[in-house]
Design a protein around this ligand. Sequence first.
Ligand code: 9MR
Length: 450
Amino acid sequence: MSMIVRRLSRAATAGLVAAAALTAAAHSAEAADTLGSAAAGQGRYFGTAVAASHLGESDYAATLDREFSSVTPENEMKWDATEPSRGSFTFTSADRIVDHAQSQGMDVRGHTLVWHSQLPSWVSPLGAQDLRTAMNAHINGLMGHYKGEIHSWDVVNEAFQDGGSGARRSSPFQDKLGDGFIEEAFRTARAADPAAKLCYNDYNTDGVNAKSNAVYDMVKDFKSRGVPIDCVGFQSHFNSNSPVPSDYRHNLQRFADLGVDVQITELDIEGSGSAQAADYTKVVEACLSVSRCTGMTVWGVTDKYSWRSGGTPLLFDGDYNEKPAYGAVLSALGGSGGPGDPGDPGDPGDGASCTATYTRTADWSSGYNGQVTITAGAEPISSWTATVTLPAQQSVSSLWNGTPTWSGNVMTVRPSWNGTLAAGASTSFGFTAAKNGSDAAPTVGTCTAS
Ligand code: 9MR
């Protein structure tokens, strides 16, 4: 009973939400100084993966609300999160994200209905007939709850193997139901919410290769037989082992030519500075040059919460500063107000930003040398300020390539000759400290720039 009430109330609010989305789009089309508004100017959405657990963090929510026009729940709509025991659906975390998105006029991508991973343990042991019933019930339960509220659903995720074979991946669905499970899932999904675009989503399918060829053949077959499929998602998780392919645009276009939309669904590119920015530019330009590429989603708001946080693959650093990649994406989308433009809403102090990181470069029994590296954010800076708090016993005997002032054990360091940095460029200052019995590391505070 409570689920029915919830469904009705979600449907009743959907009309209000659609009106809010229109207002937001109209407003942002004028400004075009954020990712969402610039993408809207190109007829696209610009989304991000979101985790419900971070929505309470004010900088996270502010960055999300300012920049993005679509959200994908990163984990909250997966099978283990929504139907942890058979027939018992829980939507609390997913609802939090959907409600937040709707209050901001953002669209929601649904991720994901049928996937071999993040399955609750009760699914795998089921026999074939029971598994088919459970799969369809799961699709109906999840899509029914959000009926009319999801612009695109990843109906089936990652059903093909890596490597050169182009074969299907082994999974309970594949192993027990055979190739037909994908078609069945799409047919069930169409009936469950006819307004939602139905996507097949995968990774390592971004260029032309055996895996993308296999997906291509499946989509072609679906289109020729009238199996309902509207879109293909290209996850686009890139790093040095898996760079942006040179035939990325060509690959998107050949799928579009089959009569489906294409979407970039989980974009992240490990790296930093201008090299990372250039790779992001390639991806955005590829999408914009394919008319059926309807939008892009990055797989997270900030590097610090990325599934690949060590690779700093996103557009905002851990302090929510815009990285050079942010400026590159905004400018590729035709937006203004990015690097160097006065009044950019994401830039503290009119765009200037920096980060500070500490390393110990030498160590001996009574002392050590520390080094703090200052890196400019998405635009050039002419000065920076970093604070370093030392353990109470320690004292600094000398400092180079910076100008310190002291307050107790907190030293505030400004440039000596090295205040001017290009976007993404770095400098460093160093110091020698006496341990006086404490070997603990100093703490580096937030870097500020002008
Ligand atoms: O980003 C997600 C991470 O928080 C989860 O731990 C992980 C579990 O499998 O899934 C991550 O998201 C994946 C997405 O759902 C499907 N494509 C690959 C993504 C990165 O692993």
